[in-house]
Ligand binder design. Structure first.
Ligand SMILES: [Zn+2]
Length: 191
């Protein structure tokens, strides 16, 4: 690390969408703990309701949680009213569990200009700079890792998925990237 690089300038942001998921979120928590890394989890409300003890584990481990809608709402298929209801249903789960949401990440990154404008007035909206593609079964985990290594830079926001679908790749990609961060003085942080 060059002398002028402050810790602040080496921050990268690991984010996990679509959980919490039994076993898989636990795997992520253990990996993060091993590297003393903090992350942000954009949770699906119905998964939080189904797995409150995992939500508690996330909070107790010092990670941040955000709203990813109640049912993984697709802004291209839902009406504006349906989409907003799904957002607020998830928000109510946060308030019932007494957890502060860091902000919103739209499922599929899909948001109409109207929704973006309306929701942005109410909350922070977080997209990403590096989509790992861990959910894509046709991708080789090693090529995901090398692609991420090529693009990661201070301030990068990486998106992973603590979901069943992504796990075959996530279980290889996540430890490899955490190790890469450690070797290259990147500091994985919550948003
Ligand atoms: Zn999602």
């Amino acid at each position: 690390m060059a002398k002028h690089d402050s810790a602040e300038s080496r921050k990268v942001y690991f984010t996990f969408d679509d959980g919490p998921t039994p076993e898989i979120t636990k795997f992520v928590l253990d990996c993060l703990a091993e590297y003393e890394a903090k992350a942000t989890f954009f949770c699906i409300g119905k998964n939080m309701v189904a797995h409150p003890s995992i939500v508690e584990d996330l909070v107790n481990a010092g990670h941040q949680l955000g709203n990813h809608t109640m049912n993984h709402a697709n802004a291209w298929k839902y009406s504006i009213a349906e989409f907003e209801k799904d957002y607020w249903d998830c928000e109510h789960v946060f308030s019932k569990m007494n957890i502060k949401s860091v902000g919103f990440r739209p499922p599929y990154g899909r948001v109409s200009p109207f929704i973006y404008t309306t929701l942005r007035a109410q909350t922070d909206v977080y997209m990403w700079s590096i989509l790992t593609g861990d959910y894509n079964a046709s991708l080789n985990p090693n090529s995901i890792v090398s692609n991420c290594m090529k693009h990661i830079k201070p301030g990068s926001v990486l998106v992973f998925h603590d979901s069943e679908k992504a796990f075959p790749r996530l279980k290889i990609v996540l430890p490899a990237l955490l190790d890469y961060c450690l070797q290259n003085q990147f500091i994985p942080c919550s948003l």
